[in-house]
Design a protein around this ligand. Structure first.
Ligand SMILES: *Cc1c(COP(=O)(O)O)cnc(C)c1O
Length: 398
C-alpha cells in the first residue's frame, strides 16, 4: 500500500461520488438541454447538485455555477469582473502567496496594461486586512485573496477582509479550493462576492469546479456559446462530474466536524515528530489556524526534490508544495514571500493528509523520513561543511 500524503494536489474519488456518477457515464448519455425524459433526469441531477453545493456554503442555488476546474473558476472571476466593471478602473489587489491560477492570471493581465498590487504576507503567510484596506484605490475593481494556502495551509482572515471590501463597494473573490470540504465556509459570514472551488480537492472527480457568484455581482462570462449555466458558462454540462462533485461535497460536509479534528490531530502529531526527531527542521506556516491536513517542513542542507524522489522509491508520495512547479528549480514564490532563504525554500516538503490517512501511516512515514534525510545529509556538501565547523574549533583552523 503506498503512503499517500499529497491530498492537497488531488484526493482519491469517494466511492459514493463514483456511484453517483456511474449512470451519467453509462446509460444516461443525454444532453441535459434536450427535452425528452432521460435528459430531464440529467437536468434534474444538475439542479440537485446545485442545491447541495449552495446549502454547503450558505448560498442560494441560483448563485452557483459549474465550471471545468478550479483554475477555470479563478480565471473567470478575475477576468470576468475586470471586463464587466471596466469603467471603474484597471487595478486589482491580490497577495504574493496565491496559487498559480491567480498569480499567473494577474501576471498576464499586467502585460495587458492592468495594475496589480501583490500584498506581502508575514512569516506565517498571513496577509493583513489593514494592508488590503490601504491598497484600495479609486480605480480598484477587484480584490482576490486565497482563503487557505495550498502550500503552507495558512487560513486568511477572510471575514475581516470581506468587511473592508463590502464597505468599499469592491468585488471580493476568494480562491477557496483548499478550504471547501475541509473547513467551514459560509459566503454570507465571509462577505465574499465570488468564491471558487474544485471537486478533486475534496474526494470528487477531476475536471469540474464551481463558482459562487453573489446575486447582483457584475461579471462577464469567460466562455461564450450556448445558454448553459444561465448564459454565464457556455458548454454542455459535465453531468457526471457535477453529480460527483455534489456527492463528494455532501460526504465531506457531513463528516467535516469529525474529520477536521481527526486529521488536525494527525497533522500535529507529524509536525511534532518531525521537529523532535529530525534535527535542523523548520515548520513553514502557522502552528494553529492552518488547514487540517497541511504539514510543510524545511529540511536544512538537502533539496526537497531529492527527498521526494527518495521517499517515492520507498513508496511514499508527497510534494514540494505546488504540483504546477515541480520539475522547476525555482524556489516556491509562497515560501520566499514568507521570507525563507532560497536554501530553506528549496528544502521544503509538503505532506498533505486526507481521509484515508491513519496514525500508523505517520509512524511509517517517520521511519522513512529519518532514514532518507540522514542518507541525503550524508551526501550533502552543505551538511559536511556544517559538521566540520561544529567539530573543529575555529582556533585550530589557521
Ligand atoms: C488545486 C488548486 C487550484 C486549481 O484547481 P484545479 O481544479 O486543479 O484547476 C486552485 N487553487 C488552489 C488553492 C488549489 O489548491
Amino acid at each position: 500500500m503506498p503512503l499517500y500524503f499529497d491530498n492537497a494536489a488531488s484526493t482519491p474519488l469517494h466511492a459514493s461520488a463514483l456511484a453517483a456518477m456511474m449512470p451519467y457515464l453509462s446509460d444516461n448519455y443525454t444532453n441535459p438541454s434536450s427535452i425528452y425524459t432521460p435528459a430531464r433526469a440529467a437536468r434534474k441531477a444538475i439542479d440537485e447538485a446545485r442545491v447541495t453545493v449552495a446549502s454547503t456554503i450558505n448560498a442560494k442555488p441560483e448563485e452557483i455555477y459549474f465550471t471545468g476546474s478550479g483554475t477555470e473558476a479563478i480565471n473567470w472571476a478575475i477576468r470576468g469582473v475586470l471586463e464587466a466593471q471596466a469603467q471603474k478602473g484597471r487595478h486589482v489587489v491580490t497577495t504574493a502567496a496565491e496559487h498559480h491560477a491567480t498569480l499567473y492570471t494577474c501576471k498576464h493581465l499586467e502585460k495587458l496594461g492592468y495594475e496589480i498590487t501583490y500584498l506581502p504576507v508575514d512569516a506565517e503567510g498571513y496577509v493583513a486586512p489593514e494592508a488590503v484596506s490601504a491598497a484600495i484605490r479609486n480605480d480598484t475593481v477587484l480584490v482576490s485573496i486565497i482563503m487557505a494556502n495550498n502550500e503552507v495551509g495558512t487560513i486568511q482572515p477572510m471575514a475581516a477582509i470581506g468587511e473592508i471590501t463590502r464597505k468599499a463597494g469592491i468585488t471580493l473573490h476568494t480562491d477557496a479550493v483548499q478550504a471547501v470540504g475541509h473547513i467551514q465556509v459560509d459566503v454570507e459570514a465571509l462577505q465574499v462576492d465570488i468564491l471558487s472551488l474544485s471537486a478533486h480537492k475534496f474526494y470528487g472527480p477531476k475536471g469540474v469546479g464551481a463558482q459562487y457568484i453573489k446575486k447582483g455581482t457584475r461579471i462577464a462570462p469567460l466562455l461564450i456559446g450556448g445558454a448553459q449555466e444561465r448564459g454565464r458558462r457556455a458548454g454542455t454540462e459535465n453531468v457526471a462530474g457535477i453529480v460527483g462533485l455534489a456527492a463528494a461535497l455532501s460526504v465531506s460536509a457531513a463528516e467535516m466536524a469529525g474529520e477536521e479534528l481527526r486529521i488536525s490531530a494527525l497533522r500535529d502529531m507529524l509536525i511534532n515528530e518531525i521537529l523532535a526527531r529530525i534535527p535542523h527542521t523548520r515548520l513553514n506556516g502557522p502552528r494553529t489556524n492552518r488547514l487540517p491536513g497541511n504539514v510543510n517542513v524545511s529540511f536544512s542542507f538537502i533539496e526537497g526534490e531529492s527527498l521526494l524522489l527518495h521517499l517515492d522509491m520507498l513508496g511514499c508520495q508527497a510534494s514540494t508544495g505546488s504540483a504546477c512547479s515541480s520539475g522547476a528549480l525555482a524556489p516556491s514564490h509562497v515560501l520566499t514571500a514568507m521570507g525563507l532563504s532560497h536554501e530553506l525554500a528549496n528544502g521544503a516538503i509538503r505532506f498533505s493528509l486526507g481521509r484515508d490517512n491513519t496514525a500508523q501511516d505517520i509512524d511509517n512515514l517517520m521511519v522513512m523520513l529519518e532514514k532518507s534525510v540522514a542518507r541525503l545529509r550524508e551526501l550533502s556538501p552543505l551538511y559536511d561543511d556544517f559538521c566540520k565547523n561544529l567539530l573543529v574549533p575555529p582556533t585550530k583552523e589557521a
